[in-house]
Design a protein. Structure first.
Length: 227
């Protein structure tokens, strides 16, 4: 089931899937998401390519987003697609695009590890200390919502919307503002200290951190009552 606006966008995206501007559109999505990560304090590299002639690195292809903070490194593979109208289309998306994305990360993550061992400039760009091995987390991020929180080749698939909500800490906008549909415990909020009245439902009650952000995303806390 989908509304007419979604259907119209889907049709346009389907018809223009191979248009010249498709790659530019994906680039814009990568850049905007990278900006959100930067606003949270991450060091970000968009569209990083490994130099040729460094072992297996030349076969890894391009890394859509590398985001580093507090000893954590996110390796993100972005897919710009459309919402499916049938289970058949969703299944094809799972067995083609998302399966391929899993294999891509399976190849890219070892290449990133190898590059960090030998490329001081990459560590410097990501503000990673030379003596410590970062904790690497790799995700598939898709503009569609099908197969969310499923693993492909061991890598979690997450919707772009969920990542944006987690970065902005905007889960409160998903709550029913009047409490009409609220069940016990759903949408419970803390109280903002400066006013003593305005409710704030935050994913980060003890402050934002890279570790907590990863926990929030991997536990699907955006969609649950408590972080």
């Amino acid at each position: 089931m989908q509304n007419n606006a979604t259907a119209a966008v889907n049709n346009l995206r389907r018809l223009g899937a191979r248009r010249n501007e498709a790659r530019d559109e994906t680039r814009r999505i990568e850049a905007r998401l990278g900006t959100l990560f930067k606003q949270r304090g991450f060091r970000v590299l968009v569209g990083h390519e490994f130099p040729a002639g460094k072992g297996d690195e030349e076969d890894a292809g391009e890394i859509d987003l590398l985001c580093a903070l507090e000893g954590h490194l996110l390796v993100l593979e972005l897919k710009s697609t459309y919402q499916r109208r049938s289970m058949k289309d969703a299944w094809m998306h799972r067995t083609s695009t998302l399966r391929k994305a899993g294999w891509q990360l399976h190849r890219k993550v070892p290449a990133v590890r190898q590059a960090l061992q030998h490329d001081a400039s990459l560590r410097q760009a990501l503000a990673l200390p030379p003596e410590a091995e970062p904790a690497i987390t790799a995700w598939i991020i898709d503009t569609s919502i099908e197969w969310d929180h499923q693993a492909f080749r061991g890598f979690l698939k997450i919707s772009l919307e969920e990542i944006q909500i987690a970065l902005r800490d905007d889960r409160r906008w998903l709550n029913d503002p009047e409490g009409l549909f609220r069940g016990p415990g759903v949408g419970d909020a803390t109280t903002r200290a400066d006013t003593g009245a305005e409710p704030v439902d935050t994913l980060y009650p003890n402050g934002f951190s890279a570790r907590k952000f990863i926990e929030v995303v991997e536990s699907a806390a955006v969609w649950t009552a408590t972080a």
